[in-house]
Design a protein around this ligand. Structure first.
Ligand code: KE4
Length: 461
């Protein structure tokens, strides 16, 4: 069994947990979070909104954000020494859990040789080779330092390759905060109710066409009208920023067909799904290959990284081999690459994704069981170790409209009940959840007990 490299005693000995639950999931005590509150008040003096990324501010769930000080395996420990089972995993990168031995070792080894050189290293070739090996549509890849840089660069490349300006994205999908992509965006933009950001010139957004996710007719109609002016389509092959909404296979197939027909570039934004749902990413599950893939999160082992890669004939347009400029001071950071290489080694072990899928499936079916025991309308979506939970319906959720119909009230109760029972979920009903390889049956059982308390609280409201 591949698990996180931490021992239970590390978690239980050095952290007192004021919250635990009886076998029946009865909550004993509330969390004390005064230290987080104090830090939040201090943070607001120096940081806009007191956070360095909007979704962390708890705007989507109410209350004040927690400040964390430590992670260990599947656990997070906050400033008040409360311990939580973590299903955020830094929003996807920590597929092995916190402080995995192999990642720490790789970072320490690299640190002993140097942090960065502003010049090329052999390890960058190694990770590029691995990415090309595992993601079959990628023949050449450029490393950057965030998902936003990856998608922004991929779009510039698609425009430079096709000499066209129009782009297509999908409502509720989030591709980072580059100007032209902050149009009906998901994730934090949706959470704080600003899917279209202030400060983005209309000249940018006029070039961005937004279509409904999973709507093949809308795609065909769009291409009939604008196909020859369209540089690219960018899509999350599994939407993870309007909660978790898997694609209808026909949707991805029509995108591929229409882009080929119209010589537009198909970009799969796999920043979240890359090496998360399968070794070859979402594209290897659905059997639809894009022209460019963007990556991030998992490939950096938790350190700042992004990447965009694809067909050699497209990638060679990128400077210095081509005329599409793109650059980055810390691109290919030796520390991030060392962590990423260690990560890719562990996730490519036989049976890794099958085991992660199995654990996540157990959690999903357990949640549905507990919800129906409490008579709460509830459903889940899952792909590999990535999942989404929806209230107010027992039907499968396949579109942005259905996500928006999900009950935010119930989600907020659920979030806070789970939190006070030692389970940390993303503080927004528009985020996906993540199980890591460090989560064991013990954490899943405890999560389900906490969920029983939460579903009963929803029923009572
Ligand atoms: P970053 O620039 O945040 O590294 O990546 C942007 C991005 C691009 N594409 C996809 C599919 C993504 O999910 C993301 C970032 N994901 C969000 C979580 N849903 C980041 C969390 C945050 O904004 O704090």
């Amino acid at each position: 069994m591949i698990t996180g490299q931490y021992t239970k005693k590390d978690v239980y000995n050095n952290v007192k947990s004021p919250t635990c639950f009886s076998a029946k999931g009865k909550k004993f005590k509330q969390m004390k979070t005064s230290k987080s509150q104090e830090l939040y008040n201090r943070a607001k003096n120096f940081i806009p909104g007191g956070v360095n990324s909007p979704v962390r501010a708890f705007k989507g769930v109410g209350g004040n954000p927690l400040f964390f000080k430590e992670g260990l395996g599947p656990y997070l420990i906050d400033a008040d020494e409360n311990r939580y089972i973590d299903y955020v995993g830094a929003f996807g990168p920590l597929i092995l859990g916190h402080r995995h031995e192999r990642i720490l070792e790789a970072i320490e080894t690299q640190l002993s040789k140097g942090i960065g050189f502003g010049a090329s290293t052999e390890a960058e070739i190694d990770i590029a080779e691995k990415i090309c090996k595992h993601v079959h549509s990628i023949e050449a890849v450029r490393l950057v330092t965030s998902g936003t840089e990856a998608t922004m660069s991929a779009i510039r490349l698609a425009r430079g390759f096709t000499n066209r300006d129009k782009i297509v994205k999908f409502e509720g999908c989030y591709h980072g905060h580059a100007d032209g992509l902050l149009v009906k965006a998901g994730s934090g933009a949706l959470t704080i109710g600003e899917p279209d950001s202030l400060g983005v010139p209309s000249a940018y957004t006029e070039l961005t066409h937004v279509l409904p996710y999973n709507d093949t007719e809308a795609v065909e109609e769009y291409f009939d009208a604008h196909g020859e002016d369209t540089a690219c389509v960018i899509v999350e092959p599994i939407a993870g920023n309007m909660n978790c909404v898997p694609p209808d296979i026909s949707f991805l197939e029509v995108l591929r067909e229409q882009c080929t027909l119209n010589q537009s570039v198909l970009i799969f934004d796999e920043v979240m799904t890359g090496f998360r749902v399968a070794l070859g990413g979402a594209q290897s599950i659905y059997g639809v290959l894009p022209d460019i893939t963007t990556l991030g999160k998992v490939i950096g082992g938790g350190l700042p990284i992004g990447a965009f890669g694809g067909k050699a004939e497209i990638m060679e347009k990128i400077a210095p081999s081509g005329a599409v400029y793109q650059a980055g001071t810390l691109s290919g950071s030796p520390i991030a690459v060392a962590a990423g290489l260690a990560m890719l080694e562990v996730v490519s072990e036989i049976g890794f994704y099958e085991e992660l899928h199995k654990k996540t499936k157990l959690l999903m079916s357990g949640l549905k069981e507990r919800a129906s025991e409490a008579n709460v309308p509830f459903t889940t979506n899952q792909v590999g170790g990535m999942f989404g939970c929806f209230f107010n319906t027992n039907e499968k959720v396949t579109s942005f409209k259905e996500v928006m119909a999900s009950n935010s009230e119930s989600f907020q109760t659920y979030f806070h009940e789970m939190l006070s029972n030692g389970v940390y979920l993303a503080p927004s009903m528009y985020e996906a959840g993540f199980v890591s390889m460090a989560h064991t049956m013990e954490e899943i059982e405890k999560t389900l007990d906490a969920a029983s308390v939460a579903f009963r609280a929803i029923k009572k409201n």
